[in-house]
Design a protein around this ligand. Sequence first.
Ligand code: DIG
Ligand code: MN
Ligand code: MN
Length: 388
Amino acid sequence: MSKDLHVRSTDKFSFGLWTVGNRGRDPFGEAVRPKIEVSDMLRGLADIGVYGVSFHDDDLMTFGASEPQRRAELDAFKKDLEATGLKCTMATTNLFYHPVFKDGAFTSNDPQVRKYAIQKVMRNLDVAAELGAPVYVFWGGREGVESPTAKDTRDALSRYAEALDFLAGYVKDKGYDIKFALEPKPNEPRGDIYLPTVGHALAFIETLQHSEMVGVNPEVAHETMSGLSFYQGVAQAIWQGKLFHIDLNDQRIGRFDQDFRFGSEGIKDHFFLVRLLENSGYEGVKHFDAHAYRTEDVEGVWDFARGCIRNYLAFAEKAREFDADPRVAEAMAYTGVAELAVPTVGPYTPEAAAGLMAETFDVDTLAKRGFGIEKLDQLAVDHILGIA
Ligand code: DIG
Ligand code: MN
Ligand code: MN
């Protein structure tokens, strides 16, 4: 009998409309599932304890629709939110599906396309503000190249920064309570995508005019595609106060963007990721940007959604058990985990430098120390496997 795991009010799980709405189309095959109406999505998500939903403009309002039709579609969504109690926790723009964006949106070589992209975001920022979405994500899926001859990267990054600065100015001018979160990805659909990793994005943000309102939205699959540790990228984003949102899913390294159910692949990685999110004071939503296997029918889609939540809750429970285990505290003390939190020399002063210079170190004895990390890591694996 599977163990019951219950969603807590503090969990704040959220899903993109495009996740449970994914119909299973892929580059090699047609859709395999019928369209799920937005109202049915919201009811289904509310039924499994979800807190919020996110959307691309075109997920919600028909591309190219008249203002009255957009308004009608938006009002219907607002009614569904009210009926289900779900919050709108993030909004974003589809700047990747329509052929007009084939050479990029903010970084298209065509200035008319660049202007249209910025206008498309402005229109959806108005919608995001109306729905109370606190975070606006920018995933630049088409911002990149196949051939380096096509764009001077320095110009592309300047246009990217210019667009974000202009849009941040729009948000401030309108008085919207919205923060921006950049979502890195190394490639796919473009041969190379700008801002490919959390590190690139964090460095880029510091060049922006309103950097204080711009953070990152790291995605498990994307950082893993780069061969990097998602956990380490999230930890640095938290350390820099820039984890504004997060895309949880799963991925096997060296493959296309799989967007698997959270917890279906990286068991140990996600144990430590969830422990970090739970212990770091991260107050944002736990957003799933994933979709069911193409093999699934609509019932399988809800198995997928429940599985994302179940796995997060399971990792959170195991992390609590791990941190409550006195053997773990003892092993951590031996390893010196808490010692790393102690400053080494503190701020520079000539006196501190002179004092350090005068110190002597018994390097041979220091070199002999064992840190006991095998024992500590095995305790983590024991807890993950339920054999602690
Ligand atoms: C893909 O990982 C991207 C798009 O689905 C969307 O723009 C963003 C929102 O989390 N993730
Ligand atoms: Mn992805
Ligand atoms: Mn994503």
